[in-house]
Design a protein around this ligand. Structure first.
Ligand code: C2E
Ligand code: MG
Ligand code: MG
Ligand code: MG
Length: 281
């Protein structure tokens, strides 16, 4: 009809929109043909307990070196991978890699580090998600408590019953659940309590502008207090400066993650830079 033709014509001449569509199509195609083992790699970023500065965990962050197209950021390709469903097999690959790595490190260094794995909603919706996780835990004989599933606030707060029962199953298995990017959406207190999530990851935008009397500092203070009341942990994301760190210590935040303690690194570098010094159990 004429209306849709008009729209098509408009978008055809809208070069910005057009190039966005082309870029998306390109990424879709690259993802569909990707060889996971050859093109993807997990990087690891330290999670530090403050004020002791002990390494207590790592977050696994996906990196993609697409053949002939170079590095593409997860912020760009993860939403597309979710949309076309590749996130399900890719997500399984991620879980397997992260489990193998944490098993290796905790056995080698006799440590008890957790690995945070970002889980997308599509994965939670897959019927065999839990079975897959269980099979990997068994194959690599890791403690379920070494796994920390990071789920973004918006997904965690969806009240869908399937998601709810998956949270309950995960918790019963002894796997921990963290709410990622906390403070950017809206959460119900009773919901957080009901599902016994283990940790709130305070979103970087809140951490960015903290100074002693800023409203962000007040919000972080409230989140930390709420976490203490619920008996769970609070970790601040994206901490870059000494001032931020000092303030987070004074607010009694439990843990921090951010460039101040280290950028995400390939496993071998992470091990050299962080585990050898810190994990002195
Ligand atoms: P996220 O899970 O909230 O991860 C934190 C992001 O902040 C990471 O970006 C990390 O590199 C970055 N970051 C950490 N500390 C600092 C800091 O001090 N300063 C700054 N400027 N940035 C910092 P990255 O690796 O680009 O990942 C972006 C997002 O992509 C992640 O946000 C997550 O939502 C998603 N993602 C990454 N890896 C995976 C994955 O394996 N699976 C899924 N489903 N999503 C992933
Ligand atoms: Mg995360
Ligand atoms: Mg986050
Ligand atoms: Mg995020």
């Amino acid at each position: 009809n004429s209306k849709s033709q008009g729209y098509n014509q408009y978008s055809f001449f809208n070069s910005e929109l057009n190039s966005k569509i082309l870029r998306k199509n390109e990424i879709e195609l690259l993802l569909k043909n990707a060889n996971f083992d050859k093109e993807f790699e997990l990087y690891y970023q330290p999670q530090i307990k403050i004020p002791e500065n002990n390494l207590i965990g790592v977050e696994a962050l996906l990196r993609w070196k697409a053949l002939e197209s170079g590095h593409i950021s997860p912020a760009e390709f993860i939403p597309i991978a979710e949309e076309i469903g590749i996130i399900v097999p890719l997500g399984e690959w991620i879980i397997k890699q992260a489990v193998m790595q944490i098993s290796k490190w905790n056995n080698l260094y006799d440590s008890d580090l957790k690995v945070g794995i970002n889980i997308s909603p599509k994965q939670l919706d897959t019927p065999n998600f839990i079975d897959y996780v269980l099979s990997i835990i068994k194959t690599y004989s890791i403690k379920p408590s070494w796994l920390d599933m990071e789920i973004t606030e918006s997904i965690a707060m969806k009240g869908e019953s399937t998601v709810q029962s998956i949270f309950a199953t995960i918790a019963n298995l002894g796997i921990s659940i963290s709410i990622d990017d906390f403070g950017t959406g809206y959460s119900s207190l009773s919901y957080i309590k009901k599902f016994s999530f283990n940790k709130l990851k305070i979103a970087k935008p809140l951490v960015d502008n903290i100074s002693t009397d800023s409203s962000e500092a007040q919000i972080i203070k409230a989140i930390v207090m709420m976490a203490k009341t619920l008996g769970i942990k609070a970790i601040a994301e994206g901490v870059e400066s000494e001032e931020q760190l000092k303030l987070l210590i004074s607010l009694q935040c439990d843990e921090v993650q951010g460039y101040i303690f280290g950028h995400p690194l390939p496993a071998s570098e992470f091990e050299r830079m962080h585990i050898k010094q810190f994990a002195n159990k």
